[in-house]
Design a protein around this ligand. Structure first.
Ligand code: EPU
Length: 345
C-alpha cells in the first residue's frame, strides 16, 4: 500500500530555493507535492516516511531554512474555494490549504464576500494562515475564522477545530504548540459578514484613501489601498528575499514602557486590553541604528527595519546571525527581548 507513494511521488535531494520567500538555497532529503488529503494517510502508514522529521510547506513565507532539511517536505498543493453555506449574519467560505492567500482574498472580493480586505497581499497560503493567526491593519485571521479541518498524522484521522479550539493569540495558535509536528491543515472555513463595515482603525489606511479622495470606501477600495501601502513599504519577495516582519512586536508591562517613554518620548507603543503595552519592534530596531545595515549577505530593509532581507546568496545562518546581533543590541539598548516570527528549520 505504501510502495506507490514512495516510488512514484517522493523526490530525493529536492531544491527548496524557489519554495521559500527568503530565497535560501537549501535542499530537502525527501519531497512530496500533496495534491490530495488521502496521500497523508499513505505517508503516515509508511514506516520509512512516518519516522522522518516533517516540514509542511505552504507558501514558504514564514520560514527560515538554516541548512539542508534532513527530512520529508510535504508541499501543500491542494486547491478549491467555495461558498459552503450562509445565514442571516454570514457567508461561509471554504478554501483548500494549498490556495495562495492573496488570490483567495481577491476571489472573495470579486464574488461579493467582503471581510478579508485588510489582509490583502499577505504572502503565503490559506493553510499556513491560521498557524500564526496572520494579521494586518486592525484585522486578524481569527476575526473572520469559522473552523478548519486537519489531518492528525499520529491518530491517522481527520478532525475539525472551531475558533476557540485553535487558541488564537497574537501571531500564535495551537499549531505552534500542542499540535506542532502533528496536524496538517487541510482546509479553512471563514465566516464573512453579510452586514459589512469598513475597518479603518489604522491611520495609514485612512490617509491612503483620503489621498485618493475616497471617504466611504468599498471593500475593494480598502484592498487596493492596502496593496498600495504594502507595495511601498514591504519588499516583494520575488525581487528581494524576505519573510515579512522578522520579529513580533514585543509586549511589556506598563512600568517597563513608562521607563522607556521617559527616556525616549517618541517611543511607539500601543495599550493592550490587559494593561500591558505592545512596542513597535521596527521602531526599536530602527532607533538602535540597524535600518539599511548589512551583515554579510543578510540585511535590514531600508524602508522598514522589521524586515530582514537576503541581499543575494545569503544562507539561513547569515540571516540568523543578523537576527541574533539585532536581538542582543535591542536587549542591551532598551532591555527588550525580541522574538522571531518565522519558524527556524
Ligand atoms: N517604525 C519605525 N521604523 C521602522 C519601522 C517602523 O520607526 O523602520 C515605526 C512606524 O513609524 C510605526 C511603528 O513603528 O509607528 C509600527 O510600524 P508599522 O505600522 O509599519 O507596523 P509594524 O508594527 O511594523 C505590523 C505587523 C505587520 C502588519 C503591519 C500593519 C507585526 C510583527 N507586524 O507591523 O505584519 O502588516 O503591522 O498592520 O505584528 C508580518 O507579520 O509579516 C507583517 C508584515
Amino acid at each position: 500500500m505504501n510502495a506507490d507513494t514512495s516510488d512514484t511521488s517522493i523526490q530525493r535531494n529536492f531544491p527548496l530555493r524557489g519554495l521559500n520567500t527568503f530565497g535560501i538555497d537549501a535542499s530537502a532529503a525527501a519531497y512530496l507535492k500533496l495534491t490530495s488529503a488521502s496521500m497523508l494517510e499513505k505517508i503516515s502508514r509508511d514506516a520509512s516516511l512516518a519516522n522522518l522529521p516533517r516540514l509542511v510547506l505552504g507558501g514558504g513565507s514564514n520560514l527560515l531554512l538554516t541548512g539542508d532539511f534532513q527530512g520529508l517536505v510535504l508541499h501543500m498543493a491542494t486547491s478549491g474555494i467555495e461558498l459552503v453555506g450562509e445565514d442571516d449574519e454570514v457567508f461561509y467560505i471554504r478554501a483548500a490549504a494549498g490556495e495562495n492567500w492573496h488570490r483567495f482574498v481577491l476571489w472573495t472580493l470579486e464574488h461579493g464576500f467582503p471581510g478579508l480586505e485588510n489582509l490583502s497581499l499577505i504572502p503565503g497560503s490559506v493553510g499556513a494562515a491560521p498557524i500564526q493567526n496572520i494579521g494586518a491593519y486592525g484585522v486578524e485571521l481569527k476575526d473572520r475564522f469559522f473552523s478548519l479541518t486537519a489531518y492528525d498524522m499520529v491518530d491517522r484521522k481527520t478532525f475539525s477545530l472551531d475558533r476557540n479550539a485553535c487558541r488564537f493569540g497574537y501571531r500564535d495558535s495551537i499549531f505552534k504548540h500542542a499540535l506542532r509536528d502533528r496536524a496538517v491543515i487541510l482546509d479553512v472555513t471563514f465566516a464573512l459578514p453579510r452586514h459589512w463595515q469598513a475597518n479603518m482603525k489604522y491611520a495609514d489606511v485612512t490617509q491612503e484613501l483620503a489621498a485618493a479622495g475616497i471617504d466611504s470606501p468599498s471593500a475593494r477600495q480598502i484592498s487596493d489601498a492596502i496593496i498600495a501601502i504594502r507595495t511601498r513599504k514591504l519588499p516583494d519577495p520575488a525581487v528581494i528575499g524576505n519573510a515579512g516582519s522578522f520579529f513580533k512586536n514585543p509586549v511589556v508591562s506598563q512600568a517597563a514602557r513608562d521607563v522607556l517613554l521617559a527616556r525616549c518620548p517618541d517611543l511607539v507603543s500601543y495599550a493592550q486590553a490587559d494593561g500591558s503595552y505592545k512596542l513597535a519592534a521596527g521602531w526599536l530596531i530602527d532607533r538602535a541604528g540597524w535600518k539599511g545595515r548589512n551583515l554579510g549577505a543578510a540585511g535590514v530593509y531600508e524602508k522598514q527595519a522589521l524586515v530582514l532581507v537576503n541581499r543575494g546568496g545569503a544562507k539561513g545562518s547569515d540571516i540568523a546571525a543578523l537576527a541574533a546581533a539585532i536581538q542582543a543590541d535591542v536587549q542591551e539598548k532598551f532591555g527588550v527581548a525580541l522574538e522571531p516570527e518565522p519558524v527556524f528549520v
